[in-house]
Every structure is written in C-alpha cells, then in structure tokens.
Design a protein around this ligand. Structure first.
Ligand code: 5GP
Ligand code: ZN
Length: 115
C-alpha cells in the first residue's frame, strides 16, 4: 500500500468507487471517465507501479488479475462479444496512475485495430 496512491486509497475504501468485482487479490471498478460503455479498471491489491516494476518476486500478482478480467467480462456482459484490454506502461504511454491497472473496454464496436 502506498499512502499517496489513489488506487491504494480506493482499495482501502478511503475513496469511493463503483466496484464490479473484488476478491482477496484484486479489485475491479468502473473508470471515472469511461471511454466505452463498459470501462472497468482491474487492479491488483498489491501496490506495483507498472508492468515495468514486475519482478520474479511480484509477478504472481498478475495471475489473479487475468482471472478477474474474465470474470469482469462475464459480469458486465461483454465476454461473448469481445473486449479490449489495455495497460499503459509509463508516463510516455499515457499512464497517469502509477499503480498497475488493466483497462477492460467493451460494449460497443471497438473500431479499427491499431495493432
Ligand atoms: P491510465 O491513464 O493511468 O492508464 O489510467 C488511469 C485511469 O484511471 C483513467 O482512465 C482515469 O479516468 C481513471 N481514474 C483516475 N482517478 C480515478 C478515480 O478516482 N476513480 C476512478 N474510478 N477512476 C479513476
Ligand atoms: Zn497503489
């Protein structure tokens, strides 16, 4: 936990959020500024700054995140239609909250692939 981290504060319940899913390792809540009809952030409870901060010691934290992404897709009704998962890694990629998070986007035609 990092005191000045907005997602750690959401995890602790100090800042309200619209939770979609939670288990012992992960919390998933609606993005405050959604870019699609379904836009959920899936976040490990462990404070890890970004994908670049993953190491042999903390890499296990992403397994429950990937399990939770599929649960979130099921809960929000986008599993069958398909959805996009985005992780911005570093300020240069547009990461604004330095606590690893996966954007799950769907509920609309996601348009052209960029990759
Ligand atoms: P990033 O740009 O770091 O990949 O994504 C951060 C995301 O967190 C943004 O899409 C932003 O809208 C969302 N966000 C920032 N602050 C809050 C907050 O307090 N609550 C919620 N639910 N989302 C937030
Ligand atoms: Zn944090």
């Amino acid at each position: 936990m990092a005191d000045n981290c907005i997602f750690c504060r959401i995890i602790k319940g100090e800042i309200p959020s619209s939770k979609v899913y939670e288990d012992e390792n992960v919390v998933a809540f609606k993005d405050i500024n959604p870019a699609a009809p379904v836009h959920v952030l899936v976040v490990p409870k462990q404070h890890i700054e970004s994908l670049e901060a993953l190491s042999d010691e903390n890499i296990q934290a992403v397994v429950p995140v990937h399990k939770a992404i599929r649960k979130v897709a099921e809960i929000t009704g986008i599993a069958e239609q398909g959805y996009r998962v985005i992780v911005n890694c570093g300020a240069g990629a547009g990461q604004t909250v330095m606590h690893l998070h996966y954007h799950v986007l769907g509920g609309v035609n996601m348009g052209e692939k960029i990759l």
